[in-house]
Design a binder for this molecule. Structure first.
Ligand code: GLA
Length: 390
């Protein structure tokens, strides 16, 4: 990979002397969906697929971005003196947003840089290619410009800030946090209200985690996402008339049931119900994993899907087909939509000796029903973003 990137770097910028090599993973969330902007818990892990980058400082005030996945955009050139969003930059608005966010936080760069990337996260799959790229850029900037007072958590927050304020998606912190803080063979049990977290080893003796990519991404994903956020904020405001709470994540299901009458809008009521119960499911799921009760973990995954489908309304026909098919296969411990929704991927825990059947039978039935192939990946949990060479 390094050679491939450095050869391209040389072709574009004359040589790769002094260029450095970086990697930032994608992520999959095991449970705790749409809880991160509601002050709840999430349970994601970093993947071994992700985004590789080669980067080097320049002597002038230009920044050059090049993606080997999207050659058609060529070298995107931006001046440090004009760090503004431009739709013609396309994908490069993500790394540019991070440069902008660094400047907003007081970290102005004294010269430009060249950056070439290549990634193997399927685009639009809901496995966080944008967060991967944001945190990659953060790691590159701190390394190239000797910025030593930003932690990996800070880089996650800066990535989220750039996505919220530069790229217009009001996402929570889960993706950037998982990408920045990932740890091999561990998932991250994160309380998004405090950013306190614990690693939980994922040691499934005779089961595998399988991601199934529906290969659909419905349009308006960002606007529907922002709508959900608003609906939760409105539900919270209604509850705050009587309750002294700052987020939906502070409520137990019992407290929610006792006070839900304050929410008069039926849609907001369903959204809030999901946020509260999903938070509890996430806490319970991690406890059951720690107790070795993987069957219970799987049941909670299934309940999560039903809630995301019916109350949160972020699933879609293709994803429901995948999940319904999975639930019928003996040896499937749990299966649900993962990520923001409206397409993308499911995540399933499958007994090792059922994995072949899972892939074959779902692959065949999905093709028949939907008309195109699904893709399957066996999850390997990797480390967070870092520079790879010295
Ligand atoms: C997207 C967002 C995350 C999170 C998930 C849903 O991935 O970027 O912050 O809200 O959706 O859990």
């Amino acid at each position: 990979m390094k050679k491939k990137l450095f050869d391209k770097f040389t072709e574009l910028f004359g040589s790769a002397d002094g260029a450095r090599f970086y990697f930032s993973p994608g992520r999959v969330n095991l449970i705790g969906e749409h809880t991160d902007y509601n002050g709840g818990h999430v349970f994601p892990c970093a993947l071994t697929i992700g985004t590789y980058g080669a980067a080097r400082r320049r002597n002038d005030r230009l920044i050059h971005f090049y993606s080997m996945n999207l050659d058609r955009f060529g070298v995107v050139e931006v001046s440090l003196d004009n760090l503004s969003f431009n739709s013609k930059y396309n994908w490069a608005n993500y790394p540019l947003g991070v440069v902008w966010a660094f400047a907003e936080k007081g970290y102005t760069l004294d010269c430009g840089f060249d950056m070439v990337i290549w990634g193997n996260i399927p685009n639009g799959s809901g496995l966080s290619s944008s967060a991967s790229l944001e945190v990659l850029t953060g790691v590159i900037l701190t390394d190239l410009f000797d910025i030593s007072d930003l932690s990996m958590t800070d880089l996650a927050l800066i990535g989220q800030y750039s996505e919220n304020n530069f790229n217009g998606c009001n996402c929570g912190i889960m993706d950037q946090f998982a990408v920045a803080m990932g740890k091999k063979d561990n998932a991250i049990f994160l309380d998004t209200s405090t950013l306190k977290f614990e690693y939980a080893p994922i040691e499934l003796e005779d089961a595998k985690i399988i991601i199934t990519n529906s290969k659909v991404k419905h349009s308006l994903v960002d606007s529907a996402y922002n709508d959900r956020r608003q609906e939760c904020a409105d539900a919270l405001a209604a509850l705050q008339k009587d309750l002294d709470i700052e987020s939906l994540g502070e409520l137990s299901p019992e407290e929610f049931e006792a006070n839900k009458g304050l929410i008069t809008d039926p849609v907001q009521l369903k959204r809030a119900k999901h946020a509260v119960y999903e938070n509890q499911r996430t806490i319970d799921a991690v406890a059951s994993l720690r107790a070795g009760d993987i069957a219970r973990f799987g049941e909670l995954m299934n309940q999560s899907h039903i809630s995301l489908r019916d109350d949160y309304a972020v699933s879609c026909e293709e994803i429901d087909i995948l999940v319904d098919l999975a639930w019928k296969i003996p040896g499937v411990i749990g299966s649900r939509i993962t990520g923001g929704g409206f397409g993308g991927c499911t995540v399933s825990i499958v007994k090792s000796n059922s994995v072949d059947t899972f892939i074959e039978s779902i692959g065949k039935a999905y093709k028949e029903k939907v008309g195109h192939e699904a893709e399957f990946y066996t999850v390997q949990i990797g480390d967070g973003a870092a520079r790879l060479d010295d």
